[in-house]
Ligand binder design. Structure first.
Ligand code: NAP
Length: 251
């Protein structure tokens, strides 16, 4: 069904920060393409909630590290929702807590593929559609960095931290590259947020156990990060580009 609402792609939107962003963006009038890699049921649940809010939603499967799958995903969005207005590069992975001298190159290759190449790939396809240079109407990109990019995450996952450092640099460079083409590019740098991602590091309880390290003495919630992302997507942030917004309770 056609709509005048802007179309937003959120990668990894089946749970956590991506899901919270989908729901808040829908409340702000975005139609949403809910990307997922494995959990189709979770993505469908988010899409159902977006529709209940009154916006259009589709679920789109793609491992963001798989170029053919990403191209097919964008093809479906073009056909089923119409011109893209925004991208949230949210999909990201961490791995078991370890020191560098215990890590394998296979682990790094997968982390760079998802966290770095996946974000660049999804942004490339968004720029091809949104840039006035390509006949688009402009748009906005929000990347998910991490406080790890500043902290380095020693004894935890310096590889993950380095991948998010790459996101900070990419945000800066792409923002300048497309600033004159109607596209704003910003990043949100969450601190410790209470989501399932910590289970993958082998320390599911880290948001609570590490609370003492946070000046506000509590982990953040996914909806608190979503609020920052949706503000950067909005017209209220119309003069904000190349910014990296820390959402970490002071950490
Ligand atoms: P999460 O709860 O683990 O959710 C991650 C989502 O990404 C899942 O829906 C997952 O979908 C999807 N995903 C994973 N690999 C994917 C791939 N290759 N292609 C497409 N989707 C993929 O994570 P989160 O805590 O919400 O984190 C979201 C983002 O914020 C990440 O970039 C993360 O690095 C960043 N961040 C999180 C924190 C934190 O403390 N939580 C802090 C700083 C930054 P499937 O289940 O379908 O695989």
């Amino acid at each position: 069904m056609p709509s005048n609402c802007p179309v937003l792609l959120i990668t990894g939107a089946g749970r956590g920060i991506g899901a919270a962003t989908a729901l808040l963006a829908a409340r702000r009038g975005w139609d949403v393409a809910v990307n997922y890699a494995r959990d189709a049921d979770a993505a469908q649940g988010v899409a159902d909630q977006v529709r209940a809010i009154g916006q259009r939603a589709i679920t789109v499967a793609a491992d963001v590290a798989d170029e053919a799958a990403v191209l097919a995903m964008y093809g479906r969005i073009d056909a089923e929702l119409g011109p893209l207005g925004g991208l949230v590069n949210n999909a990201g992975i961490v791995d078991r807590q370890a020191r560098l001298d215990e890590m394998s190159i296979a682990r790094w290759q997968r982390m760079w593929a998802v966290n770095i190449s996946g974000s660049l790939l999804c942004a490339r396809e968004a720029v091809r559609r949104m840039s006035t240079r390509h006949g688009g109407a402009g748009g906005v990109i929000v990347n998910l960095s991490s406080a790890a990019a500043r902290l380095g995450s020693p004894e935890l996952y310096v590889d993950y931290a380095a991948s998010k450092g790459a996101i900070d640099t990419f945000t800066h460079g792409l923002a300048l590259e497309v600033a004159g083409e109607g596209i704003r590019v910003n990043a949100v740098r969450p601190g410790l947020i209470d989501t399932d991602i910590h289970a993958a590091s082998g320390d599911r309880g880290r948001p609570q156990s590490a609370s003492a390290l946070i000046p506000m003495k509590r982990p953040g919630r996914a909806d608190e990060v979503a609020a920052a992302i949706v503000w950067l997507l909005s017209a209220e942030a119309s003069y904000t580009t190349g910014a990296i917004l820390d959402v970490g309770g002071g950490r």
